[in-house]
Write a protein that binds this ligand. Structure first.
Ligand code: NCD
Ligand code: ZN
Length: 347
């Protein structure tokens, strides 16, 4: 047997899907992402959502202002698609560098998605334009039909929306965000190009049992919801394969503890405090630490058509502590694996 690797150096990684929020929560969480990642694709589901180039530029400036002046962290902004957004505005924001991608939330699929798209036909001109200019479409891949079981919403989305989308716009670059099922991993692998997927650390780490371990566990509830163990195993296989279509996206989504520990708790896990260590544990356990750089630092930039980062980070097999709680506003955020020790840390 090979000696286990205890230290790896990789190109600085990026997070291709994160929620940084705004206002006081942004002040709390921005530093965690910037400590680990050179860039991040920042989700636009604020209230109100980010739908104009002006709003995206202002939000990017607020993110930079929340970080120390010597931070070189680069927020990569996204535009929130609505039924009424104009193709010209989407293209203008992209040409100006206000955003690098547009986010498709099916209306009411998840947190702050009430303004999302009700029908793909409504955004046909926008999708045509994005296909023409080579702009990435990031998709929350779940149907919202209440008749569909919550655990089936991703797989049904492939049939009802993603297949028609890829057929209608064969050259459109699509990221199937935070995939949670074997069906999603297989569908991505069935397409030769233009379809990629982000995989979160928590969907690689837990299955749906974690939500019900000895009682209801709101801090393991997110959307898309965690699935059965066989799906988790399929995600681990895909992410650790080195295949260029899979890349790192934490979907770290902070909510106050009181909003999660409630009769109608919010969806979202906060992983940004230890994201790179969480992923390193998974790749290590899968015997695939040699594939980690592709997943964390190379595949995402290649898909988005951006350069890889200059500089490197080193991870070592050495304990790192996840905070038990992180003070926020007049309450706190409970991070994923709060208070536990992880077996890797960033040197
Ligand atoms: C996200 C949030 O809280 O903004 N929640 C989540 O469970 N992932 C929204 C999302 O990405 O679905
Ligand atoms: Zn998200």
């Amino acid at each position: 047997m090979n000696k286990p690797v205890d230290r790896i150096t990789l190109r600085r990684p990026d997070d291709w899907h994160v929620h940084l929020r705004d206002g006081p929560m942004l002040q709390v969480v921005a530093g965690y992402t910037a400590r680990q990642f050179a860039r991040a694709i920042v989700m636009p589901n604020l209230t109100p959502p980010v739908t104009t180039a002006v709003a995206a530029a202002a939000y990017a400036a607020r993110i930079r202002a929340a970080l120390p002046p010597d931070s070189d962290f680069q927020p990569l902004m996204t535009c929130y698609l609505t039924d009424t957004l104009e193709a010209d505005e989407v293209e203008r924001g992209w040409q100006q560098g206000a955003w690098v991608a547009a986010k498709l939330y099916p209306a009411h699929a998840t947190t702050n998605s009430a303004h999302g798209v009700t029908n793909l036909d409504a955004i046909a001109p926008v999708l045509e334009r994005m296909q023409r200019i080579g702009m990435v479409l990031a998709v929350h891949g779940e149907v919202t039909d209440p008749a569909v079981d919550v655990f089936d919403r991703e797989a049904v989305f492939i049939e009802r929306s993603l297949i028609p989308l890829t057929e209608r716009y064969p050259e459109l670059k699509i990221v199937f965000e935070h995939i949670t099922t074997a069906e999603a991993a297989d569908f991505v692998l069935s397409r030769p190009h233009h379809l990629g997927a982000t995989v979160t650390a928590h969907h690689l780490a837990i299955n749906r049992n974690a939500m019900f371990q000895g009682g209801i566990r709101p801090h393991h509830y997110c959307l898309p919801v965690a699935k059965r163990e066989r799906h988790r195993l399929a995600l681990v296989k895909a992410a650790t394969s080195g295949d260029a279509r899979f890349f790192l996206g934490t979907d770290s989504a902070p909510h106050l503890a009181r909003d999660k520990e409630s009769a109608c708790g919010c969806a979202g896990l906060f992983t940004a405090a230890s994201a790179i260590e969480l992923y390193a544990e998974i790749f290590d356990a899968a015997g695939a630490i040699d594939k980690f750089e592709a997943f964390a630092s190379l595949n995402g930039p290649a898909f988005y058509g951006l350069p890889v980062n200059a500089g490197t980070v080193t991870l070592e097999r050495s304990p790192s502590a996840v905070p038990a709680r992180i003070d926020a506003l007049d309450n706190y955020v409970v991070p994923f694996r709060a208070g536990e020790s992880l077996s890797w840390r960033m040197a």
